[in-house]
Design a protein around this ligand. Structure first.
Ligand code: DX5
Ligand code: ZN
Length: 227
């Protein structure tokens, strides 16, 4: 039995695909359906060619949900904004390896602020960049699309990368999250390769019933746990 078979799978709906004018309602629906985390995509128009939300919106979300806020920072020089996002209520801050020349320092800053520290890897970034920070991170986010937009197609080489990341982590308890284009058919193979968190935007908020979509994704992910 592989270690992933006893791991609890977390479902993290990405609000990027929700109706921003009715965010409170969208969040309430996925929370009631048993979502584990809320994934919040922060984009700066520089690191990625899109602009989304900042600390004031995170603060507003914090007041509406008890779910841990998994904040994905697709921004240049994220160290400038770490305190603002923690003050706003982020529980987990994920920075991009490609945006952090001093990644070790940045991860320590996140932990010192009292949040969990994550590192995201673009599809072209090799997992080896994590080798010397493995004890300083709580989560690795494998991007399975090029970041910037919801609704893109899942890149199949992500399976091998998830396995490489899990192997690099060894017995460390860090989460391995997968973000981008995740659909029901990817869930079981991702878990089998070592993923412990599945982020999904359009699958959940593009559905007529986002709550039912959360449950379907969990069911699909847990198939691989049965003996
Ligand atoms: C993409 C974001 C993702 C995105 C996922 O840059 O990081 O979190 O919202 O959306 P889907 O599941 O539609 O690819
Ligand atoms: Zn994301």
């Amino acid at each position: 039995m592989g270690s992933n078979e006893v791991r609890m799978i977390k479902i993290a709906p990405s609000i990027l695909s929700a109706d921003f004018a009715a965010l409170g309602e969208a969040i309430a629906r996925v929370e009631a359906a048993g979502a584990d985390w809320l994934h919040v995509d922060v984009m700066d128009g520089h690191f990625v060619p899109n602009l989304t939300i900042g600390p004031p919106v995170v603060e507003a979300i914090r007041k509406r949900t008890r779910l841990p806020l998994d904040v994905h920072l697709m921004i240049e020089a994220p160290e400038r904004l770490l305190p603002a996002f923690v003050s706003a209520g982020a529980n987990l801050l994920t920075v991009h390896a490609e945006a952090c020349p001093h990644l070790d320092r940045t991860l320590h800053q996140i932990r010192e602020l009292g949040a969990k520290a994550g590192v995201a890897l673009n599809p072209s970034t090799p997992p080896a960049v994590l080798e010397y920070v493995l004890d300083s991170l709580d989560l690795v986010l494998v991007m399975s699309v090029n970041p910037g937009f919801g609704g893109q197609a899942f890149i199949p080489t992500s399976y091998a990368k998830v396995r490489q990341v899990r192997t690099l982590l060894g017995k460390r308890p860090a989460e391995v999250s997968v973000d981008g284009g995740v659909k029901l058919e990817h869930a079981a193979p991702l878990v089998a390769h070592g993923a412990s968190v599945l982020v999904a935007g359009s699958l959940i908020f593009g559905a007529a019933d986002p709550g039912a979509a959360v449950k379907k994704l969990r069911d699909a992910a847990e198939v691989s746990k049965s003996p």
